[in-house]
Ligand binder design. Sequence first.
Ligand SMILES: Nc1ncnc2c1ncn2[C@@H]1O[C@H](COP(=O)(O)OP(=O)(O)OP(=O)(O)O)[C@@H](O)[C@H]1O
Ligand SMILES: [Mg+2]
Length: 337
Amino acid sequence: MTNIVETYNLTKIYNKTIRAVDDISIEIQEGEIFGLLGPNGAGKTTTIHMLATITRPTSGSARVGGYDVLREPRKVRAITGYSAQEAGVDEYSSGREYLTLFGHYYHLDNRTIRSRVDELLELLELTDAADRLVATYSGGMRKRLEIGTALMHRPQLLVVDEPTLGLDIQTRVRIWDYIRALNKDGMSILLTTHYLEETDKLCDRVAIVDHGRVVALGTPDELKGEIHGDVVSLTLPVEEPDQHAQTIEKVRQLLSAQPFVKDVQPTAEALNIYVDQGGVAVPQILRLLEASGLTVGEIALARPSLDDVFLKYTGRKIREEKGKAVGARAAWIRRPR
Ligand SMILES: Nc1ncnc2c1ncn2[C@@H]1O[C@H](COP(=O)(O)OP(=O)(O)OP(=O)(O)O)[C@@H](O)[C@H]1O
Ligand SMILES: [Mg+2]
């Protein structure tokens, strides 16, 4: 099996202090949909910027399609399509004009450009809006157009930063379908996301990143399989806000000491209790709390999710919040070929 991406101790330090990417070594196989999953500031964008030759590594190295990102950036760019986190599309051109511009940027001939533009507009369901100004496009349409620009030269590898950030669930599902279709045609895909569902539904393998490091790597099922048993989620009613943190700590200590409890992780709103058999544990937990004079808000039983995997490795819940803008598209266009 050939690797489309290999990184070796890849590291990026900003301003001599911020370790945005800290010693990442991963291999992505040809034909995979590979996800980098992590919260805001984890280093996802910086990692793919180094692979797309937008940012230089501080140390370590990486190869894309066998080409070194530092020594052979043009070759890397020829086989890589990069789609930025924030769609930086030009408001005052039409979708068709914008894709055409990228065709010229990739030095394609006019006839190829015309047919690829038509093909991509069709694939991304933008044909009807093709000749309207981008200024009139919705967020989902802009994101699709942005992905289209990365596909003009039929890359072997599509690198897409947050393919569905801030989009509604219907649009999200459609974008997953396009990505699957491209992958089925043989394209390798590297995407970043902080949506757990996105990695679960779409990715063959996922690396969970936190503070610039890979903390777990595997198929979504492998990662979930690492958490054996069930998860009991418990909330406590806020009776006296001043005392709430203390109450939670008291419950945590009480439950952690029980032989049937494997782990207790406090989250923002609840306590996640990891047990072998949820059905047996729930009544025991309720009895214990009652005996200690503690009131239960809600108690629920769930199978482990990627969120639990994330919690296990980082001690935090992944938050789904909107990312920030980056001027990566401008950097990509300006760079000489
Ligand atoms: N150009 C820069 N100069 C200085 N620090 C930077 C720069 N770009 C990113 N950083 C810092 O590097 C860290 C990683 O940022 P990065 O954008 O790679 O994270 P991310 O995982 O993509 O986050 P998000 O989910 O918000 O997009 C953050 O602490 C960020 O503030
Ligand atoms: Mg990012």
